[in-house]
Design a protein around this ligand. Structure first.
Ligand code: ADP
Ligand code: MG
Length: 310
């Protein structure tokens, strides 16, 4: 026989347990989500007791969601997932679905992954048409054309890109970035490349796989955006072996390409006709310009230098 002290102790604990269990059960059944879930179902006490664990899990987890601090600080079992009660025949189960914040975050990440860029400042990549100031008359046409392109282009459709030219600081790069973001919202990938740095880096990665991959991507990406063309060190290698084949490929595949430049097409012809070595090759320069004109509509951007203000 067990010593009496031990039995009493055991009973006390059981009694405590039962009380706590009943209190917990009351709390759970008072939860309005649980109440509306159970409403209309023939729920016996035995069933409730059997599924109290699931209901408890639901109440705990959904309480977290009601006081959601942020997605990063989500305390739920599965970060970013919110619980739902479901009936599986006569059984109750908890199912987890992505919460609204997680859905939004996933979408943002997915969109972000659709924009690849090289040597473009990170804050520039935040540009959007919503925040774009349209105070300068000299830029309105460019902004409208850029907006139309980014909001109507469909992959596979024959469309010309834009050749945006104008002086330093009028917002050419900003406009490209806004286009890339709008395209990403429409699930279209783009590759935004700052040309001067691109050319420098290509030289140092010659013959590597990374080099080949980048060139391949530039050829095939749905929308290629070459920023600041004409500001790079011109060499016949860049013109004839890198840029020429990329543009040629995109012409044949009808893939739109956008450019920005400080130069109009006449000055850009001059840029491509003169290499650093002093060679003059008008025909080869003309061929590049022909491809650019085939791929993109030239449009001038005028206005104040927005960098000075800052
Ligand atoms: P560009 O490429 O023509 O030299 P940028 O695109 O770099 O000019 O723009 C210069 C500065 O002005 C950047 O800091 C950019 O964030 C800002 N900017 C440009 N266009 C706009 C705009 N439409 N609305 C608000 N800020 C702009
Ligand atoms: Mg720029």
């Amino acid at each position: 026989m067990k010593p009496i002290r031990e039995t009493i102790h055991h009973l006390m604990n059981r009694h405590d347990f039962k009380e706590r269990y009943e209190a917990m059960k009351r709390d759970i059944l008072n939860d309005r989500h649980v109440q509306s879930f159970l409403r209309g179902h023939d729920v016996t006490d035995a069933m409730l007791n059997r599924h109290l664990g699931k209901l408890y899990e639901f109440v705990q987890q959904s309480k977290h969601c009601e006081r959601c601090p942020s997605l990063e600080q989500c305390p739920n079992l599965l970060k970013g997932y919110t619980p739902h009660l479901i009936w599986q025949g006569k059984n109750i189960d908890v199912q987890y679905e992505r919460c609204a914040r997680k859905v939004q975050d996933d979408e943002r990440k997915k969109q972000h992954s659709l924009i690849r860029s090289l040597f473009i400042p990170r804050d520039m990549l935040q540009a959007s048409f919503d925040q774009l100031e349209t105070d300068d008359l000299g830029r309105i046409e460019a902004i409208e054309l850029a907006n139309t392109f980014a909001s109507t282009y469909e992959v596979g459709k024959r469309t010309k890109g834009l050749y945006l030219y104008g002086s330093f600081g009028v917002g050419k790069t900003y406009l490209l970035a806004a286009m890339a973001n709008e395209l990403a919202q429409r699930h279209i990938a783009s590759f935004l490349v700052y040309v001067p740095e691109f050319v420098r880096s290509l030289k140092s990665s010659l013959q590597t796989d990374a080099f080949q991959d980048t060139i391949e991507y530039a050829k095939q990406v749905p929308v290629l955006m070459l920023d600041d063309l004409g500001a790079e060190l011109m060499s016949s290698w860049w013109r004839d072996e890198v840029l020429g084949p990329i543009l040629q490929y995109r012409m044949l595949e009808h893939l739109p390409t956008c450019f920005t430049s400080n130069f109009d097409l006449k000055r850009l012809t001059h840029h491509f006709a003169h290499s650093q070595r002093g060679e003059e090759e008008q025909v080869k320069a003309a061929r590049i310009i022909e491809r650019i004109v085939y791929l993109a509509t030239p449009i001038e951007m005028k206005g104040k230098n927005r960098r000075i203000e800052m």
